[in-house]
Design a protein around this ligand. Structure first.
Ligand SMILES: [Zn+2]
Length: 323
């Protein structure tokens, strides 16, 4: 007999990033029942960001489904301190040691409902493992490659958050000993080469001329598809760095699959083709050679679906298969 949550129980899931705060009510099969989002006023004082978060919870609490909420799951831009319930998101300067769990627990509608916090990379991995491209894999690395590079791990069949909720921070592992300084204080981090920001910076350094002043990674991608050699080289370098990071992870913990989402992954073969090619140069040990690289499937819902998964897992509730 499979134990299931009582029919209709929901998780309030919150996904907090540097550009948006998303909230949703998610059911035990990982389906989003209702959702809302608003921009993160990341450049404003911390209290303004907290007020935007309160408004997201207000909106969800106004739903007739709110009475079925049994837990709150939060995936936040990191680093996080899941033990103390604090967050220090690099891209939200007003939040340094912000008591996120206390703030959400103190919302009048939340009153007594357990609140569970993890990093957004961990949440994304939980989502892809539950409903996405890592489904059915016991050991996986899931990554978001966009303005930054985030990640999370699935080990032995479950998401591994680590003691403080930050495990899988692959974007801040170094793949270039003498590389550029990183915002984290390190040097040559994967994020300094493979993020969308880094791709655009590298293309500009190499002499790429953006049309219409659009110097985004997507614009570099369009130039690459049109055959611009500098733009192609920027994507190839990002792919090579990703391959090195993924191969290192495979050697350390024997992953079967690496799942990649985020804006840079949406460029498709432009990143995946050189990545798979470079992987043959870096993932060379016999137990790493069969590693598959797949695009993520959940898109913008990954954050809230993953936050719900983390809350269910922390409370010992089953994650039902998708309906
Ligand atoms: Zn770094």
């Amino acid at each position: 007999v499979t134990e299931r949550p009582e029919a209709g129980e929901l998780v309030c899931a919150l996904d907090i990033g540097g550009t948006k705060i998303a909230g949703a009510l998610v059911d035990g099969g990982g389906a989003v029942v209702t959702g809302t989002r608003r921009p993160t006023p990341a450049a404003e004082p911390g209290e303004s960001v907290a007020a935007a978060l309160d408004q997201v919870v207000d909106e969800l609490a106004a739903s007739p489904d709110w009475s079925r909420v049994r837990a709150v799951g939060i995936g936040s831009a990191g680093p996080v301190d899941a033990v103390k319930g604090l967050v220090h998101p690099v891209n939200i300067p007003g939040w340094r040691g912000f008591p996120l769990v206390e703030r959400v627990s103190g919302h009048p509608a939340v009153d007594g409902v357990p609140v569970v916090l993890a990093g957004d990379g961990v949440a994304m991995a939980a989502a892809e493992h539950w409903r996405g491209a890592a489904r059915g894999h016991a050991n996986a690395l899931c990554m978001v490659v966009s303005t930054g590079v985030g990640g999370g791990l699935v080990l032995g069949g479950s998401v591994y958050a680590g003691p403080s909720g930050n495990a899988g921070h692959i974007g801040h592992t170094s793949v270039d000993l003498d590389g550029d300084p990183c915002a984290c204080g390190g040097r040559g981090c994967l994020e300094t080469i493979a993020s969308g920001t880094a791709i655009a910076r590298h293309a500009l350094r190499g002499g790429w001329q953006p049309a219409d002043g659009d110097a985004s990674a997507a614009a570099v991608g369009r130039a690459a598809l049109a055959g611009d050699p500098v733009a192609l080289a920027a994507y190839d370098r990002a792919a090579r760095a990703l391959a090195a990071g993924i191969a290192a992870t495979a050697a350390l913990i024997e992953i079967e699959v690496a799942v990649i989402g985020g804006g840079v992954a949406q460029s498709g073969d432009l990143i995946f083709a050189p990545l798979r090619r470079w992987l043959t140069s870096y993932a060379t040990l016999p137990f790493t050679r069969t590693l598959a690289v797949k695009p993520a499937v959940l898109g913008t819902d990954a954050g809230v679906v993953g936050a719900a998964a983390i809350a269910l897992q922390a409370l010992g509730l089953p994650l039902n298969p998708p309906a």
